[in-house]
Design a protein around this ligand. Structure first.
Ligand SMILES: Cc1ncc(COP(=O)(O)OP(=O)(O)O)c(N)n1
Ligand SMILES: Cc1ncsc1CCOP(=O)(O)O
Ligand SMILES: [Mg+2]
Length: 554
């Protein structure tokens, strides 16, 4: 389990890229087990990848956690599964104990028998290609010994030891005999050990740890016990406004500082941190970046979750997936597009709002007041920060009125303001990529001028088509006009709902909608609303024309 942090000096490591997870598979294939960069060769003559290379590409990074179950799911096995999933790594589990536990404390512990722990280890390790083993609650000395002999039998890349001894509520989860065996058989084969102050003190026979200098000494002593790397976590250090952890690689000490997040929801941070380290190692990361990424992940999750409320006790769990704190759940249950939402589709324009001296929010409010059924923010000239601020306010306006809000072109803004979706054109981000980024709940519309594009839009998983320009327009430069014939061809060649756009207003909306095509659901307009003195009045008039035509063609 030699896991060295050595990187070739010609290779620079981009922590942010790593954190996004984008480089995981590529880094994995370029890092050998020893952490040294190997050339990306392994190609057969003629350029085809060798069979072994293909096999490496299909391999999924895999962490095995050997830990206890937490019925409250904040810590233990449950935290490990969530952490690995959040970091894009497969996680298998060997359960050592089942705890009856909640945010108040640990009400009961039932250890799994040593034989059955051995059986679980054998099942997983004999079949699956585990990269990294991470340990948590090891409730008996026998279980520690069984784990140690399994690790002798089955080679893995790295061993992460989180020496869980006392729960965050103060309940003892592993006694002194376990400590002794951990020191004897686990630390010497550990690639990293991640004790908090209490655990480090217990491992070091009761050493007092009150300052960062004490943590430095502890890290060095634990290294002498055999662990290749040591992370002493200073979360409990009194009088520090930062969360300072001390990392020691056998040569250098690193003080890893991060602002302390003020929250009650810290149950499971230790398990999560160790699992994240394991996950990053499984992807092929060197040790220090793995620790840095894990620390930042936990910090981010704590910050995101600081207001969530689960359980009545003093210490709650946090959210590994950054999904639970969405105020959206309170307002809008329906995310998937209702085709009738396309009926009167208002598309904003920063130039027009500037010309008439209106804020985007006021323009959006007025359009909805007049009957707009969906809003798109198409702010081509806005700077990112202003656009985001306006988008957030418009989201509040739209959510409180039950109107979907989409963002034109900018997936980043849509994500940042939790918009209901995006509209993309043929030269914008492809629909499939946008879907991968936005997830299944969000609405994605795509512009189509031809039947081929319309067919593709359906195959790519778009929710609707915007088709135009139907008539000439000054709003979009060099835009090809496809006319009513073009619109008809697009509608007939797709199962998706279609909204017509381009040069449409009160005078010609009737001609568009009287085509009477079943999937033609409405019109999208920019200047007919936003380049007028009174947006709500124009929206009302347009709504009337559309309603009248709809009842005629029924
Ligand atoms: C509803 C709707 N349909 C079409 C468009 C045009 O999108 P795109 O082709 O990407 O051009 P830009 O709007 O980005 O200039 C649209 N915005 N909305
Ligand atoms: C964005 C867009 N896409 C095709 S035409 C068009 C502009 C529509 O603006 P207007 O409604 O003012 O003609
Ligand atoms: Mg576009």
């Amino acid at each position: 389990m030699a896991f060295s942090a050595t990187l070739s000096s010609s290779v620079s490591f981009n922590l942010d890229e790593w954190l996004r997870g984008a480089s995981a598979s590529s880094l994995r294939s370029s890092c050998s087990r020893s952490g040294r960069i190997r050339s990306s060769g392994a190609m057969k003559a003629g350029g085809a990848p060798a069979a072994s290379e293909r096999a490496v590409k299909a391999k999924v990074p895999h962490v095995l956690t050997v830990a206890g179950s937490d019925s409250g799911a904040g810590a233990g096995i449950q935290a490990d599964l969530k952490a690995c999933a959040a970091r894009g790594v497969y996680c298998s589990t060997v359960i050592t104990a089942v705890t009856a536990q909640n945010t108040v404390g640990v009400q009961g512990v039932d250890n799994v028998s040593e034989e059955f722990v051995a059986e679980q280890l054998e099942s997983v390790l004999s079949d699956m290609q585990v990269d990294v083993v991470k340990t948590g609650m090891l409730p008996s000395a026998g279980i520690v010994r069984i784990l140690s002999s399994s690790l002798n039998k089955f080679q893995v890349q790295a061993l992460v030891v989180d020496p869980v001894m006392v729960s965050t509520s103060g309940d003892v989860l592993a006694g002194p005999s376990v400590l002794a065996v951990c020191r004897e058989v686990l630390l010497p084969i550990a690639d990293i050990v991640t004790p908090n102050l209490k655990e480090a003190s217990a491992l070091l026979g009761g050493m007092q740890l009150e300052t960062i200098a004490d943590m430095h000494s502890a890290a060095k002593l634990l290294h002498q016990m055999g662990s290749r790397h040591v992370l002493v976590k200073g979360g409990d250090l009194p009088g520090s406004c930062d969360a300072v952890d001390v990392f020691f690689d056998g040569e250098r000490l690193h003080d890893l500082r991060a602002p302390r997040v003020k929250t009650r929801n810290t149950h499971g941070t230790g398990c999560t941190l160790a699992s994240c380290i394991a996950a990053e190692l499984a992807k092929g990361s060197p040790m220090l970046p793995a620790v840095q990424v894990a620390k930042r992940f936990v910090e981010n999750a704590l910050d995101y979750s600081k207001e969530i409320s689960i359980g009545k006790g003093p210490q709650g769990p946090f959210d590994h997936f950054l999904m639970l704190n969405r105020k959206v759940h309170n307002f809008r249950k329906k995310m998937i597009l209702d085709p009738s939402d396309l009926f009167l589709y208002a598309v904003t324009d920063s130039g027009m709002n500037g010309k008439w001296g209106r804020s985007i929010e006021d323009a959006v409010k007025a359009a909805i007041e007049g009957g707009a059924t969906i809003i798109q923010l198409r702010e081509k000239d806005a700077g990112t920060r202003n656009f985001l601020e306006a988008a957030k306010s418009c989201m509040e306006v739209c959510r409180s009125r039950g109107i979907p809000l989409l963002i034109n072109d900018r997936i980043d803004i849509a994500l940042a303001c939790d918009a209901d979706g995006v509209h993309v054109g043929q030269s914008d981000m492809p629909v499939r990529t946008a879907r991968a980024l936005l997830g299944p709940e969000k609405i994605i519309g795509v512009s189509c001028k031809t039947p081929e594009q319309a067919q593709q839009a359906y195959m790519d998983g778009a929710d609707y088509i915007g088709s135009g320009g139907i008539y000439p327009t000054n709003t979009k430069e060099n835009n090809l006009t496809i006319g009513l014939e073009g619109l008809k061809a697009v509608c007939l060649s797709s199962k998706l709902p279609v909204v017509a756009i381009g040069g449409i207003g009160i005078s010609n909306a009737h001609s568009v909608m009287e085509l009477g095509l079943p999937n033609l659901k409405g019109v999208a307009v920019v200047s007919a609303l936003f380049d007028r003195e009174c947006i709500s009045t124009e929206a009302r008039k347009l709504y009337e024309v559309l309603s009248r035509t709809a009842s005629e063609v029924k």
